[in-house]
Design a protein around this ligand. Structure first.
Ligand code: EPU
Length: 340
C-alpha cells in the first residue's frame, strides 16, 4: 500500500475545486482496501471513500484518510438462457464499462451511457437516466465492512434501491466500501425508447430499427447537447434532485403553474427541479468563476478559480429563491465535504 501525504484532490473530482487529503491511498485490489482500512483503524483518523469524484463538492481539505477505489476488471462470470452476469471492479469508469458491454453484445446499459463516475459509486445513488435505473440491471455487489474489514455480499433486496437512493446513503451510510458490482445484462435487447428525446433523436438520424448501440449513440448526442463535459468545464451533473411532492403540495403548485413538468413517483409526484430553477431565472446565471449552466439549469458549473464555499453559496441562493417562488424545497444530489 502506498500512502501519500497532502495529496491534491482537484484532479480527482469532476468539479475540479481545490482540496487536499491529509493521507491518500489508491486501492487497486481488495487486499489493499483491507490493508488501508486496517491502517486507518489503528490510526483512528476520519475516512473518506472516493470513487470517480463526480458527485462530490469539496469545501476544504479533508482530514484523515482518503481512500480511492482503483479496482479494475470486467469479467463474465456466468450466463443463463436470458442473461449474462458480469462482475466489474469498483474503479472501472462507468462509461468505459457501458462501451465494453456494447462491444460484447450485452444489452441493458445503453440508456446509461456517458454518466460520469465509477462503477462502484453507481449503486450508492442508483444512477439513472432516460427511463432506466442501475437497479434494473443489478445482480449483487461485494463490499467491505469498514469497522471489521470483512467482505459482505449484498443482494438487490439488501441494497434497498430508490430514486437516487440506496441503503448505502441511509442506514449503512459510511459503513461499507463497495469493491465489485455484478450486473445481470439481458442477451435479448430490452430497449427503452419512450423517455425524453431518444425516439426523436433516432428519427433525426434515420434509424428505423434501433439496436443497443444506436440507442447509446443517441443518448450520448442528447447528453452532449445539454450537459457540460467535465473535462472542459467543472461540474457534477445534476446538482439537485428532482423533488417528490405529496398530493397536496403538488396540487397547489400545479394550480399556480399548470405547465410544470411532472412524473408519477412511488410516494407522490416528481417535478422537474431544472424547470423550477430555470423559471426562477437562474439558467445561465454567471458569477465569473462559477455559475449555472446555460443549457440545463440543474447543473452548477465551476469555470476555474472558485472555492467550494462559493458553489455552496450559489446553491443556497437558488434553494431559497425557488422556495420563495414555488414553495418547493430542493435537496442537493451532490455530497458536500467536509461536513461543516
Ligand atoms: N427543464 C427546463 N429547464 C432546464 C432544465 C430542464 O425547463 O434548464 C425541463 C425540461 O424541459 C424537461 C424537464 O425540465 O421538461 C426535465 O428535464 P430533463 O429531461 O433535462 O431531465 P432532468 O429531470 O432535469 C434527470 C436526471 C439526469 C438525467 C436526465 C435524463 C435527476 C436529478 N436528473 O434530469 O441525471 O440525465 O433526467 O434522464 O434526476 C445526474 O443525475 O447527474 C443527471 C444528469
Amino acid at each position: 500500500m502506498q500512502l501519500e501525504a497532502h495529496r491534491s484532490l482537484a484532479d480527482l473530482t469532476t468539479f475540479g475545486l481545490p482540496s487536499a487529503a491529509e493521507h491518500f491511498v489508491c486501492c487497486e485490489s481488495v487486499e489493499v482496501v483491507k490493508e488501508a482500512l486496517a491502517w486507518r483503524r489503528r490510526s483512528g483518523c476520519p475516512l473518506h471513500v472516493l470513487g470517480g469524484g463526480s458527485n462530490v463538492l469539496f469545501t476544504g481539505d479533508l482530514p484523515g484518510l482518503v481512500l480511492r477505489l482503483g479496482i479494475e476488471g470486467i469479467e463474465e462470470v456466468r450466463r443463463d438462457a436470458e442473461a449474462v452476469y458480469v462482475r466489474v471492479g469498483a474503479g472501472v469508469a462507468w462509461h468505459d464499462f457501458v462501451q465494453v458491454s456494447l462491444d460484447r453484445g450485452w444489452n441493458g446499459l445503453e440508456n446509461l451511457s456517458l454518466i460520469p463516475g465509477s462503477t462502484g459509486a453507481g449503486p450508492m445513488q442508483n444512477i439513472g437516466a432516460y427511463g432506466v435505473e442501475l437497479e434494473e440491471r443489478f445482480d449483487l455487489l461485494e463490499a467491505i465492512d469498514i469497522a471489521s474489514g470483512e467482505l459482505h455480499t449484498f443482494s438487490h433486496a439488501d441494497c434497498q434501491f430508490g430514486y437516487r437512493e440506496s441503503v448505502f446513503k441511509r442506514a449503512l451510510k459510511g459503513q461499507f466500501v463497495i469493491t465489485h458490482v455484478t450486473f445481470r445484462l439481458p442477451l435479448v435487447p430490452d430497449l427503452r425508447l419512450e423517455y425524453g428525446a431518444i425516439r426523436e433523436e433516432l428519427d433525426c438520424e434515420g434509424v428505423d430499427v434501433p439496436d443497443a448501440r444506436a440507442v447509446s449513440e443517441a443518448v450520448i448526442r442528447i447528453r452532449r447537447s445539454k450537459l457540460p463535459d467535465p473535462a472542459v468545464i467543472g461540474n457534477a451533473g445534476s446538482f439537485f434532485k428532482n423533488p417528490v411532492l405529496d398530493d397536496a403540495a403538488f396540487g397547489s403548485l400545479v394550480k399556480s403553474h399548470p405547465d410544470v413538468p411532472n412524473y408519477p413517483a412511488p410516494s407522490g409526484v416528481k417535478v422537474a427541479a431544472g424547470w423550477l430553477i430555470d423559471r426562477a431565472g437562474w439558467k445561465g446565471h454567471d458569477r465569473g468563476t462559477h455559475g449555472v449552466h446555460d443549457r440545463q439549469a440543474l447543473v452548477l458549473v465551476h469555470r476555474g478559480g472558485a472555492k467550494g464555499a462559493d458553489l455552496v453559496k450559489l446553491a443556497e441562493d437558488i434553494q431559497s429563491d425557488v422556495f420563495a417562488k414555488f414553495g418547493v424545497a430542493l435537496e442537493r444530489e451532490v455530497n458536500v465535504l467536509p461536513k461543516g
